[in-house]
Design a protein around this ligand. Structure first.
Ligand SMILES: Cc1cc2nc3c(=O)[nH]c(=O)nc-3n(C[C@H](O)[C@H](O)[C@H](O)COP(=O)(O)OP(=O)(O)OC[C@H]3O[C@@H](n4cnc5c(N)ncnc54)[C@H](O)[C@@H]3O)c2cc1C
Length: 364
């Protein structure tokens, strides 16, 4: 039996991969509170008014990379436009296209038949598998619990003007936006477009790069280098990927330049004067912020480096996998295996390797 703890996009992508490989819905249990795989993601995207995916055509949840969302849209709209843009790496699926794909795949894979409404608080290694909170023993388990909550700067706690960027909000006439990454840059544009005056509160200047994680670490060669490197260097590299950044380009710069000239955008060090404070400060970080992962590490004495659980290159928890059982981590907590683990590409990477590893167990 397989278990997936966490039914967000990483759990869902793993599920689609297992089902595609011929594993029956009855052989998989998915644990979460909400059966909707986009229950966490959808409101965050809506809050920052994101209309296009950050990922490209292959940023979807199906087991195979091809056909991707460009082909899907081309078929639906009977036009080759999405395919041509995809060939030039200029295709970004719309969020609506992606959500339709999730809905379709959810029905096609019988996801709801495997779903069990339950939050798992403990994973215990037992002979031949893992005991999950009295829900049974499962031979192969993937933990896909997502980000462990929203991060808020200390200074705003209890401040009624404050809202996190990933929570629903409108804009008042004067807005402070804390942070300098992709969500902050999106919020500068949103708030300016609504007519607000914007104060950007930042600790350091954002980097301008197309992706947080360098492209080489999505490919085999870069990953081999990453996996072979010394642990402290790996931790340093992962830390550098979380520095605030957003993509270069006129679409980001023009609204800021215009608003700066009009006196509607400025950088400042505090938000005392503004009516609203939007915290584009991302998520809490590290396995210790996630109760399930913290317990797993403490109960089983797992190796960690700084905020990361040490994983094998296939995202397996080495110390707890053996010839009879598999335990893997997917989503952001799998960065030790795949630096871009919190992307749909990373979710596929882990899902395929989890399947392969579990298969090797079966035949040993
Ligand atoms: C605004 C935004 C836009 C993004 N856009 C893109 C994009 O365009 N392309 C891309 O590739 N990536 C994108 N990402 C990154 C990534 O795809 C998302 O962060 C995605 O939601 C991560 O999926 P997940 O399953 O790891 O986490 P989540 O979607 O947060 O799901 C985790 C699930 O685990 C459940 N859970 C937690 N603990 C337990 C427990 N103990 N027991 C049972 N269930 C539990 C939670 O209830 C939740 O449902 C975006 C992220 C954000 C925030």
């Amino acid at each position: 039996m397989y278990a997936i703890v966490g039914g967000g996009l990483a759990g869902f992508t793993t599920y689609a991969t297992l089902r595609h490989a011929g594993i029956e819905a009855g052989e998989i249990a998915v644990f979460d509170n909400d059966p909707d795989p986009v229950a966490c993601w959808r409101p965050r995207v809506a809050a920052i008014r994101q209309t296009e995916m950050r990922s490209e055509s292959d940023g979807h949840c199906s087991a195979r990379s091809f056909p991707g969302l460009a082909v899907r849209e081309a078929r639906r709209r009977r036009t080759v436009g999405p395919l041509l843009r995809s060939v030039c790496d200029r295709y970004r699926p719309s969020v609506a296209e992606f959500l339709d794909h999730v809905e379709e795949l959810r029905a096609r894979t019988s996801w709801d038949a495997s779903f069990q409404p339950f939050e798992i608080s403990r994973v215990a290694a037992v002979p031949g598998g893992f005991e999950l909170d009295g829900r049974g023993v499962f031979q192969h388990v993937v933990l896909a619990t997502g980000h462990p909550g929203l991060a808020l700067p200390h200074g705003v706690l209890g401040d009624r003007r404050a809202v996190h960027a990933y929570e629903p909000h409108d804009y008042t006439g004067s807005v402070a936006i804390v942070g300098a990454g992709m969500a902050a840059a999106t919020e500068w544009r949103n708030a300016l477009a609504s007519g607000a005056n914007v104060v950007s509160i930042r600790r350091r200047e954002p980097l301008r790069r197309p992706l947080n994680v360098e492209r080489q670490f999505f490919a085999k060669r870069g990953l081999r280098m990453f996996h072979g490197a010394e642990p402290n260097w790996r931790a340093e590299l992962l830390t550098s990927f979380s520095a605030p950044s957003y993509p270069p380009g006129r679409a980001w710069d023009e609204p800021i330049e215009r608003a700066t000239a009009e006196g509607r955008f400025r950088v400042a060090s505090d938000w005392r004067e503004t009516e609203q404070v939007i915290c584009a400060t991302g998520f809490k970080r590290g396995y210790r912020e996630d109760q399930l992962l913290r317990r797993l590490v403490d109960d089983h004495g797992l190796d960690t480096v700084e905020r990361w659980v040490v994983l094998e290159p296939d995202a397996g928890v080495g110390r707890l996998c053996d010839a009879s059982r598999t335990l893997a981590i997917a989503g952001v907590a799998a960065q030790w295996a795949y630096p871009a683990a919190d992307t749909l590409a990373g979710m596929k990477y882990v899902a395929r390797r989890f399947l392969a590893r579990s298969r090797r167990c079966r035949t040993r």
